[in-house]
Write a protein that binds this ligand. Structure first.
Ligand code: G6P
Length: 371
């Protein structure tokens, strides 16, 4: 009913709108004012965490893209090698696991069969399994050694939105906690990054408040048969997620690429008028911003219609952006939490223009309980 949807036409719109709260709820009660993390509920002792020498993050669908984002943060803060794997591929490649491997699974529903089978396999190999999950008491947390709940509230729409953002935040809390326990050289980043994470709900709210320009763009582009998404570093999984949302909701060809790979193939796809979203990393010492700006120049020179997501104050992108979506200034690792929001809004409005059922796209299920 309309009441259940909180006045929105679709659950998905309601869930997009709830994201500032969802992220705040993932953080709630998990850190003290002095910037120390407390994750006592998760049932893994500090000694067990200190033994971990490899982390493998496993998930499906949108949760897999959260895992891809998480890898950057996990390796950076914990200094523990981290792999990311699709649940449906994991146990078929004879993976190397033992009791010092921490397998982290990410699942909104807690009922995805591919992920459950990966957990069973990992535990047979004596790895420890920690699940990041949104559904209390579901199968995945019950079958895991430890659990960190995302607390995003029930997600009804098939396409995941607040689930995704809260999963990234939960992974970051885990990574920072392990860094705190291990005392890595990045330990002193914990308090400052936590302070930045606390500001995220406001940044996400701003992206919601500025949603009209994205909806207008979706109306203009609703005739497109193909849309590309480019990003680098944590912006790469954001590009993949932006493309997945369009596939799921609009049933058009949409593909995400690592911007640096453009020249190795995808640039051949660019033709006159092709819409291409580009997520531009914040300016930093790593030159990723500059390299992404030159990718934008290259595709635009070949006729692409560029839709650029760039932080406030980034003026380098202005000459090459047919449409410019501004993002609040945040540390690179946090950018997915603000940059994903306009892509969600875009996909919803695009599908709405085509008259599709936003909450229940054809052929898809909210949780896939078969392998
Ligand atoms: C299905 C849903 C996706 C979801 C994926 C993983 O394919 O349609 O939206 O991302 O399952 O679900 P999970 O509940 O494990 O996160």
């Amino acid at each position: 009913s309309a009441a259940e949807k909180g006045g929105f036409d679709w659950f998905m719109l309601k869930e997009i709108d709830e994201q500032p709260r969802a992220v705040a709820d993932t953080l709630l009660g998990r850190h003290s004012v002095d910037g120390r993390l407390q994750l006592d509920e998760m049932r893994l002792s500090d000694d067990e965490l200190r033994e971990v020498d490899k982390i493998i993050v496993i998930a499906c669908g949108t949760s897999f893209y959260a895992a891809m984002v998480a890898k950057y943060a996990i390796e950076h803060w914990t200094r523990i090698p981290c792999e990311v794997e699709l649940a449906s591929e994991f146990r078929y490649r004879d993976p190397i696991l033992d009791k010092s491997t921490l397998v982290v699974t990410i699942s909104q529903s807690g009922e995805t069969m591919d992920t459950i089978m990966a957990i069973r396999y990992a535990r047979q190999q004596r790895a420890r399994v920690l699940s990041i999950c949104n559904t209390n008491g579901s199968t995945i947390p019950r079958e895991s050694d430890a659990v960190l709940y995302t607390h995003a509230g029930p997600e009804i729409a098939v396409a995941s939105t607040k689930g995704f953002l809260s999963q990234i935040v939960a992974c970051y809390l885990l990574a920072l906690y392990v860094a705190q326990v291990k005392g890595t050289k990045y330990g002193d980043e914990i308090a400052s990054i936590l302070a930045e994470i606390q500001k995220l709900p406001a940044g996400i709210q701003r992206m919601l408040d500025e949603g009209d320009q994205v909806r207008k763009l979706a109306t203009e582009l609703a005739g497109s048969r193909s849309i590309l998404f480019l990003g680098r570093h944590v912006g790469y999984p954001v590009a993949l997620e932006g493309a997945l949302k369009l596939k799921e909701l609009a049933y058009i060809h949409a593909e995400g690429f690592a911007a640096g790979e453009l020249k190795h193939g995808p640039i051949a796809l660019v033709e006159e008028g092709l819409p291409v979203f580009v997520v531009v990393p914040p300016k930093g010492r790593d030159q990723l911003q500059e390299k992404t700006v030159s990718s934008i120049q290259e595709i635009r020179a070949r006729g692409a219609r560029t839709i650029v997501l760039a932080e406030d104050g980034d003026e380098d992108v202005v000459p090459y952006a047919d449409h410019l979506i501004r993002l609040p200034k945040v540390p690179t690792l946090l950018q997915p939490l603000v940059a994903t929001v306009p892509l969600q809004i875009f996909a919803c409005e695009f599908a709405n223009q085509l008259g599709h059922d936003i909450d229940q796209p054809r052929n898809l299920a909210k949780s896939v309980t078969v392998e």
